[in-house]
Design a protein around this ligand. Structure first.
Ligand SMILES: NC(=O)c1ccc[n+]([C@@H]2O[C@H](COP(=O)([O-])OP(=O)(O)OC[C@H]3O[C@@H](n4cnc5c(N)ncnc54)[C@H](OP(=O)(O)O)[C@@H]3O)[C@@H](O)[C@H]2O)c1
Length: 224
């Protein structure tokens, strides 16, 4: 499977990227970044890194790389609910993929797996007391991505972790205790988020929105 990746430098994205490098189902990763990565792990046989100046306006070379991809793992995001990042960039990507001639002849669906959050709020009329702008901004992103699934052969998924804790094996005892006490509604292990995003990119999921609890359950059931 050929996967387009964004947000590979991020706290969650770097964990997803690390697992994607090791995953045998993925043969090629097109890593879209806005600046050259400092992390040497992105230099890997199966990675092609492309610096994108404007995620709303891809050049020809980038379009050629993404048009025959099978999935996108979209970990780029903000904590301010930036409309451009959360809504415009995924929508531009969707428009580019679905408008290419290659898309019309697809025999398998293109899967777009977007990193949302447990506390994102799609209902723009709701009064929120905690981080309202950020939560409603990423909520608009969630609505946009969920709507991608209206197109035949295109599936949009939103993976919605609670507070992301480091990968379980790398976490301190304090983080493990916090994760255990807070539970999977409020928190998610980064390695489980990564596993689920990659699994969904590869095989889809029954739900478009995948809650923090479902991340934990799906990660466990798929490792059995
Ligand atoms: N951390 C959590 O506990 C948590 C929990 C649930 C949901 N989330 C959500 O998940 C998303 C990622 O969280 P994170 O903790 O991984 O954040 P992060 O460490 O700040 O990473 C953000 C990633 O998005 C990229 N990005 C940001 N703005 C961009 C832009 N304008 N163009 C291209 N790339 C851009 C960054 O690239 P650069 O390196 O170029 O800046 C980076 O790779 C956010 O939307 C966040 O709200 C986070």
């Amino acid at each position: 499977m050929k996967v387009v990746f964004t947000g590979s430098s991020g706290y969650i994205g770097s964990q997803v990227f690390k697992q994607a490098l090791a995953d045998k189902r993925i043969d090629k990763i097109v890593n879209l970044v806005r600046r050259l990565p400092t992390n040497s792990s992105v230099q890997h046989d199966k990675v092609r890194t492309i610096i994108v100046k404007d995620f709303n306006n891809y050049d020809k070379e980038t379009i050629t790389e993404i048009e025959d991809a099978d999935a996108a793992i979209w970990c780029a995001g903000t904590f301010t609910g930036d409309q451009v990042v959360h809504v415009e960039y995924p929508t531009t990507f969707y428009n580019v993929v679905t408008s290419r001639p290659a898309f019309k002849t697809r025999t398998t669906p293109f899967r777009f797996v977007y990193l949302g959050g447990a506390f994102t709020e799609p209902d723009q009329s709701k009064t929120l007391w905690f981080m309202p702008t950020a939560r409603k901004g990423s909520g608009r992103g969630q609505t946009a991505v969920a709507d991608f699934s209206r197109m035949a052969n295109f599936e949009g998924y939103v993976v919605k972790p609670g507070i992301a804790l480091r990968a379980y094996d790398e976490a301190s005892w304090l983080a493990r205790a916090f994760g255990w006490l807070a539970g999977s509604y409020w928190t998610a292990w980064n390695d489980e988020v990564a596993k689920v995003m990659i699994d969904v990119a590869s095989g889809g999921h029954r739900d478009v929105l995948i809650s923090s609890r479902e991340i934990a359950e799906t990660a466990k059931s798929r490792s059995d």
